[in-house]
Design a protein around this ligand. Sequence first.
Ligand code: 6GU
Length: 226
Amino acid sequence: MRIDILTLFPDMFMGAFEHSILRRAQDEGLVEIHLVDFRKYSLDPHHKVDDTPYGGGCGMVLSAQPIFDCIDDIRTEDSKIILLTPDGVCYHQKFAYDFSKEKHLILICGHYEGFDERIRTLADFEISIGDYVLTGGEYASMVLVDSIVRLLPGVIREESHQNESFNHHLLDYPSYTKPRVYREMSVPDVLLSGDHKKIAKYRIDESIKRTKLRRPDLYKEMVDDA
Ligand code: 6GU
């Protein structure tokens, strides 16, 4: 997979993809991540990328030209374009799975007070990562890249994400490691029983209990799906 991230602040990504699983995925050639500073596409003599809004109002609006020209330059028939914006559709695991099957993703980070509405016509998807306001799409695009790259074939063991949270609308079951007792808190006996059937049942039961308690919205989806 190839991912291009259009941003005015490529330095904000310094270190973000340089560690752990994301680093290894790139080293093994499973994903190529490119940061594209679209300021260099500005036709303005001073490389301006924003201007005052028509109709008045405060703040500056990201201009269409640099982003359109940048997209014209890098898009191919295989590209899917994702615009990061607080008024997009709320991101969830299903998007991550779907996006992980694409050959080329282009992420556009909005910034400042807004962007020219015509930029939306470029996007195949408009995505938000939650109901709160960020200064721009940069952190949101890091979230997308992390969640997508870990799903690419060969990045992590397949079974690691078969049972994880949000699959089948369920949260994860509780895990423990050594020691058996820590500060008077004990590991549940069933996990030490060696009875794999019992352990599997315990984990499913705990997942369901936890989902019902913490995320009644997900629990309802599970029940409705069954
Ligand atoms: Cl994608 N962008 C901004 N600026 N704020 C957000 C967001 C995106 N998602 C949630 N809040």
